[in-house]
Design a protein around this ligand. Sequence first.
Ligand SMILES: [Fe+2]
Ligand SMILES: [Fe+2]
Length: 246
Amino acid sequence: MTVFEKEMTLFSVVSANNKLLPVLNRFGIYMGLGDATIEQTCRDHGINVSFFMEIINTFSDENYFPENQLIEFDLSLIIQYLKQTHFYYFDFVLPDFEEQLEKISESNKNESNDFSVLNLFYRKYKSEITDHLSDEDKNVFPYVTDIQNVFNKNMSVQSFKSKYVNRSIGDFEKEHSDIETKLNDLKNIIIKYLPSGYNPNLCNKFLYSLMRFEADLKNHARIEDKILIPKVIELEAKMDKIHEDQ
Ligand SMILES: [Fe+2]
Ligand SMILES: [Fe+2]
């Protein structure tokens, strides 16, 4: 896979990998890309170009994983990107899944079919992923933002310590394995057990959407597990050192 460079046009980037379109949207870049280079577009949108390059390259190639480069960025940039991704899941992906499921159910031509099992699996998955994302939005990201605030001198170590008595990132961030397993269960139940009678094209479309989401989510979890958490652990250790010296 080609590594994208900032001198390339965004149009050529999207032509090489159209799955990047929703990633661009998370930075406030939408269609109507014209012939501008990545660098120009980032400048026009007030985006940190180095961070943008690392995100699109990480997203495009699983083997491109710039832990060392990404770890240099201010956590607020990473949090902003992760929050936008959650917003995209809540605002577009989950409602789209529900619309598709309804259409599949309506396409049924076999009266003895029971759609409730698939609905049940979907609802279980939805509640799992919603809890996970909401918990990050409400608890993990504010904690991370506060720790970054300490290092940007917007919060004192003392105030941080009294707000989060004896707590660390390990108490906040939950594992991703459960949501990955439940999504896999949902896919498998369709492939293995969905009875005939439903429109096959709609079923395939739903399955492809689940697979695309699975890939997006893996990338998202990778950024949280391999970049966000290690960076927070590093800052926690530095902060403890400052606290001891005070
Ligand atoms: Fe997340
Ligand atoms: Fe997560």
